[in-house]
Design a protein around this ligand. Structure first.
Ligand SMILES: NC(=O)c1ccc[n+]([C@@H]2O[C@H](COP(=O)([O-])OP(=O)(O)OC[C@H]3O[C@@H](n4cnc5c(N)ncnc54)[C@H](O)[C@@H]3O)[C@@H](O)[C@H]2O)c1
Ligand SMILES: [Zn+2]
Ligand SMILES: [Zn+2]
Length: 382
C-alpha cells in the first residue's frame, strides 16, 4: 500500500510499504478515505521528537471497514468509522473510567498509545491506504449515513474537535464564562468553537497570523494579535482588568514570540496572567519530558521556568494532557449529524496522499491560508 513515511527531520515521502492487515482477532482493518495532518505531526516532522525513521504518520483517520477479525462483534465490513487518535484497550484501570488517552496496556513504554506518534507505542498511522485498528469494537466510532458527504466534519472527531472540547473541560469552563485561547491553529480554533457551543460569554483567541485570527473571528471569537502588543494587556483591557474566567493552552512546547524565537514557558506564564484569580487553565498543547532540540538546558529536560508564585497567589487550577477522545466523540458526532456543529470550517486544503509532503511543508511554515490539511488516500475526493 502507499503510505506517508517519516525519513528524518523535514523529510517525509509517500512510498510503498507492506499492507496493514488484521494481526489479532480483535483487529479491524480500515480503508482510509480521509486523514489529516496535525500540529502534533509537526513536532515529529521537525525532528523535535525521538520518532524513528520508517514510521507511517497519521493519527486523525476516517474510512470504511474492509475486514474484521474473528473476535469483532459490533463493527461490520462496510461501516464508515472515525477512529480516535488514542488507541485504547477498554479494560484497563484508566480505560474503564474513560481516561482512554492513558491506556495502561497498549504502550509498553508509558500510559497512552496512538497511531504514528512518537513515544506512544509502535503503531503505524493512517496517512496510508489501510489502517490496522486494535480492539476495533472499542476504538471505532460508527458514523451515520451522511458520513461520506460530511467526511471533512466527521474526521475532526478523531482528534481536534474532542481535543478542543477537552481543553475547555480541563479549564472548568461553564456557560457564561469568558475564555482566552492561546494559539489559533486547528486545535485553538476547535477550543474556541467548543467554548462558543458551550455558551461562553466572550472568547478571545491569541495568535499573530492574520489569516488564523480572521478564521477565529468568523466563528464569533475576539482576535488578539500578539505582534501588535502584549496579549495579556489586551485581554485584561477587555475584561475590566480582571482576566478571563478560563484559559486554554493550544500551542505547546514550541511556543515562540512573534519574531520566531522559542520560549517554551511563554504561553503558560501568559495564561496565568490573563486568567482571573481562581480561574482555570486547560493545557492540550503538547509538552514533553525530553526535548533534545530545545533552545536551553532546562527545556531539553522538559522543564520550564513556571510562574508558580503568581499561579498559587491567584488560586488557579490547571488540567493537562492528551484528550480522551472517546469521552466526547459520540456526542460531538451527533452535533455534526444534526447540523449543530461544522468543524470542517478549519479545512483549508484537500490533497491526494501523493501530495502529502507538500501539505507538510506548507502547514509547517504556517503559509498564509494553510490552516488544516486533509488528505484523501486512494485518490478519493468528494
Ligand atoms: N492534547 C492533545 O490531545 C492534542 C491533540 C492534538 C494536538 N495537540 C497539540 O496542540 C498544539 C496545537 O496544535 P495545532 O494543530 O493547532 O498546531 P499549530 O502549530 O498549527 O498551531 C499552533 C499555533 O500557535 C501559535 N503560537 C505560537 N506561539 C504562540 C504564542 N506564544 N502565543 C500565541 N500563539 C502562539 C502559532 O502561530 C500557531 O498558529 C500542538 O502542540 C499539538 O501537538 C494536542
Ligand atoms: Zn492530531
Ligand atoms: Zn486501556
Amino acid at each position: 500500500m502507499k503510505a506517508l513515511v517519516y525519513n528524518g527531520a523535514r523529510d517525509v515521502v509517500v512510498k510503498d510499504v507492506p499492507d496493514a492487515r488484521v494481526e489479532r482477532p480483535t483487529d479491524v482493518l480500515v480503508h482510509v478515505t480521509t486523514t489529516n495532518i496535525c500540529g502534533s505531526d509537526l513536532h515529529m516532522y521537525e525532528g523535535r521528537t525521538d520518532l524513528e525513521p520508517g514510521r507511517v504518520l497519521g493519527h486523525e483517520n476516517l474510512g470504511e471497514v474492509v475486514e474484521v477479525g474473528s473476535a469483532v462483534d459490533r463493527i461490520k465490513v462496510g461501516d464508515m468509522v472515525c477512529i480516535p487518535f488514542n488507541i485504547s484497550c477498554g479494560h484497563c484501570k484508566n480505560c474503564e473510567t474513560g481516561l482512554t488517552a492513558f491506556c495502561l496496556t497498549l504502550n509498553p513504554d508509558a500510559a497512552g498509545a496512538a497511531y504514528g506518534f512518537a513515544g506512544m507505542g509502535p503503531y503505524n498511522g493512517g496517512q496510508a491506504e489501510l489502517l490496522r485498528v486494535p480492539y476495533g469494537d472499542f476504538n471505532c466510532l460508527r458514523l451515520p449515513p451522511d458520513a461520506k458527504e460530511k467526511q471533512n466534519d466527521y474526521v475532526m472527531l478523531a482528534d481536534i474537535f474532542p481535543t478542543g472540547w477537552h481543553c475547555t473541560e480541563l479549564s472548568g469552563m461553564r456557560p457564561g464564562d469568558s475564555v482566552v485561547v492561546y494559539g489559533a491553529g486547528p486545535v485553538g480554533q476547535m477550543a474556541a468553537y467548543s467554548a462558543m457551543i458551550k455558551g461562553a460569554s466572550q472568547v478571545f483567541v491569541v495568535d499573530r497570523h492574520p489569516d488564523r485570527l480572521r478564521l477565529a473571528e468568523s466563528i464569533g471569537a475576539i482576535a488578539i494579535d500578539d505582534s501588535k502588543g502584549s496579549p495579556v494587556d489586551q485581554v485584561l483591557e477587555q475584561t475590566r482588568g480582571e482576566g478571563a474566567d478560563r484559559g486554554c493552552e493550544c500551542v505547546g512546547y514550541q511556543a515562540h514570540d512573534p519574531q520566531g524565537t522559542e520560549h517554551p514557558n511563554m504561553t503558560m506564564n501568559n495564561l496565568i496572567k490573563s486568567v482571573r484569580p481562581t480561574g482555570g487553565i486547560g493545557v492540550v498543547g503538547i509538552f514533553l519530558p525530553q526535548d533534545p532540540g530545545a533552545p536551553d538546558a532546562m527545556a531539553k529536560k522538559g522543564e520550564i521556568p513556571f510562574d508558580m508564585g503568581l499561579f498559587w497567589f491567584k488560586g488557579q487550577k490547571i488540567g493537562t494532557g492528551q484528550a480522551n477522545v472517546k469521552a466526547y466523540n459520540r456526542q460531538l458526532r451527533n452535533l455534526i449529524h444534526t447540523g449543530r456543529a461544522t468543524p470542517s470550517f478549519v479545512v483549508s486544503h484537500e490533497l491526494p496522499l501523493e501530495q502529502a509532503p507538500e501539505g507538510y511543508r506548507n502547514f509547517d511554515t504556517r503559509e498564509e491560508g494553510w490552516t488544516k490539511v486533509v488528505l484523501h488516500p486512494n485518490g478519493h475526493r468528494h
